[in-house]
Design a protein around this ligand. Structure first.
Ligand code: BGC
Ligand code: CA
Length: 551
């Protein structure tokens, strides 16, 4: 591995980092087979460098049947041949590190893919065998075991149990899967499972990976003692128990696992970082993010705040306080591969249930695109001025909207197929990026694109925005370069506007101020030099849907 130096070489590089999420299959395709790959990422390192990010987080690139976009992992210590090889991976790390960009990879510990050697072995092995014990197999109810063991639903719907055919050809036991049936849940009481993940962490850490994003980190331990089985899904916070006693999520025992991982992370210099994807109640987040465990945990609260000054303010206050109290830094997230792009969400009426709206309006969506983009830029700018790390999702720097009208026959998301009547899909934010104005896949690669790109993607292409004053791309570049100069001190100070509750205004220790106007009327600017505006001023004032940074 090559020698490299980082501008911020400290152990704590991740605390105030801007992390850019790459969905590898849809980022850049070097060999033209329509699927993004590691060589594609390598070819775009100069772009990432110029954007000004500190790290990339790669969604899964492991061998997978793609039943859930790669979150069904068949081999944790290898690369999907469609995406590249381990040599390509080493090259990619070197290329990114050479530019001072750290690398975070996705670890999916709750379930494997159903082609994983262990699951295949379990299918071939008898009931009660050690091979079955690595997963969660149970007998069915009813005279012939034909009734599923419990009423548990899968997060993607409908059932959380699938019945197998035993080696002798007869219908037999059932296995649990919180997600698709191609994603059997591991039994984390099994020591072999625990040991294997430690091995995986060492494998990638030895290759120079700087950190890990832990998929559904709160799900690993279930209440299965004494024949008990969970009867219902509780992924949704509104039904998840708040005290660690839930049957499926956020059980206290899960923390022993992360303590054992931390020991491995700390064997490395610098220690490897990790961030939990744990949709838990805010008061339950601290242990995941403690220095004895993963170190950081996603705060997804902003997704529920919409364009509402009071809600945004509450989320900011709560999360900065919680992080400070717990000696970690918070994480700001507006988009990722699971949710409708924020430039689209914020173009919809404020109090709308966006998922429900999408399911209903998939064939004829009406989005206020201009408002969505203005609010998206303003909110992103405000978050970039706050302490904490910001996680960006590929394409948001282009102002990309969600592709809402992908034909059903081209969809890939299991959530869509398992709920055909509901119509929810996450494919609309996973469409390959437009790099150029022309070409079969708009510069994504020399071939096609595994999900269809809409015609309007042309105007959001890198080529259309690169070097154009006023483009979203140039706005992101400027914002990130200014942010790099923002002192890393984790302090902020809110300025109260007693007469206008529609303003979020705060100061940072270096004298910076950020003001966001959530209201419908222009507001006066504080004194100082304007260093960045998400939209031009209106008659010398800060217009609606706009953020300004002042020095
Ligand atoms: C990932 C999803 C995935 C699920 C199951 C998540 O939270 O972000 O994309 O479908 O875990 O692995
Ligand atoms: Ca390819």
């Amino acid at each position: 591995m090559s020698e490299f130096t980082f501008l911020k070489g400290s152990e704590d590089w991740w605390r105030q980092a801007v992390v850019y999420q790459i969905y590898p299959r849809s980022f850049a395709d070097a060999n033209g087979d329509g699927i993004g790959d590691l060589q594609g990422i390598i070819s775009r390192v100069p772009y990432l460098k110029k954007l000004g990010i500190n790290a990339v987080w790669l969604s899964p690139f492991y061998p997978s049947a793609l039943a859930d976009g790669g979150y069904d992992v068949d081999d944790y210590r290898n690369i999907d041949p469609r995406i590249g090889t381990l040599d390509d991976f080493d090259q990619m790390i070197d290329a990114l590190h050479a530019e001072g960009i750290r690398v975070i990879v996705d670890i999916v510990p709750n379930h494997s893919g159903s082609n994983h050697v262990w699951f295949q072995e379990a299918l071939k092995s008898p009931k009660g065998s050690p091979a079955r014990d690595r997963y969660i197999f149970r007998d069915g109810k009813g005279e012939h075991g034909e009734i599923r063991p419990s009423e548990l639903a899968s997060h993607f719907g409908p059932s959380g149990w699938t019945r197998i055919i035993e080696p002798d050809g007869t219908p037999g036991q059932w296995y649990m899967h919180l997600f698709a049936s191609e994603q059997p849940d591991f039994n984390w009481d099994n020591q072999e499972v625990r040991d294997d993940f430690l091995k995986t962490m060492r494998f990638w850490s030895d290759r120079g990976v700087d950190g890990y994003r832990i998929d559904v980190a709160h799900a690993l331990i279930k209440n299965l003692a004494n024949g008990h089985l969970p009867e219902r899904q509780s992924y949704d916070l509104s039904v998840m128990k708040k005290d660690g006693s839930d049957d499926l999520f956020d059980r206290d025992e899960v923390h022993d696992i992360y303590k054992s991982w931390r020991k491995i992370f700390n064997e490395y210099d610098p220690p490897r970082m990790a961030v939990a994807e744990a949709w838990v109640w805010p008061h339950r987040r601290p242990p995941y993010a403690s220095t004895e465990e993963l170190g950081q945990s996603f705060n997804f609260d902003m997704l529920g705040a919409g364009w509402d000054a009071a809600k945004v303010r509450d989320v900011v206050r709560l999360n900065l306080k919680t992080a400070a109290d717990n000696g970690t830094s918070t994480t700001w997230v507006l988009s990722n591969h699971d949710i409708i792009r924020h430039a689209t969400r914020l173009g919809l009426p404020n109090d709308l249930d966006v998922a429900k709206w999408y399911a209903k309006n998939r064939f004829d969506p009406h989005v206020n695109v201009e408002q969505g983009l203005a609010r998206a830029k303003a909110l992103t700018q405000a978050l970039l001025a706050l302490p904490g790390s910001t996680y960006l999702y590929q394409g948001e720097e282009l102002g990309l909207q969600e592709h809402l009208t992908i034909p059903a026959e081209q969809m890939q998301d299991p959530q869509f197929f398992r709920n055909p009547d509901v119509g929810l899909s996450r494919d609309g934010c996973r469409v390959p990026l437009p790099w150029a104005r022309s070409g079969q896949s708009l510069g994504f690669g020399p071939g096609g694109s595994h999900l269809p790109q809409p015609a309007w993607y042309v105007d959001y292409s890198v080529e259309a925005e690169d070097g154009f004053a006023g483009s979203t791309l140039e706005f992101y570049r400027r914002a990130l370069s200014l942010r790099a100069g923002l002192v890393c001190e984790e302090k902020w100070h809110e300025v109260k506007h007693w007469f206008n509750s529609n303003v979020l205004h705060f100061k940072r220790p270096n004298g910076w101020q950020s003001v966001t106007n959530f209201g419908s009327k222009p507001v006066k600017l504080p004194k100082g030099e304007v260093i960045l505006l998400s939209q031009p001023l209106v008659g010398g004032k800060l217009g609606p849907n706009t953020t300004v940074w002042i020095k």
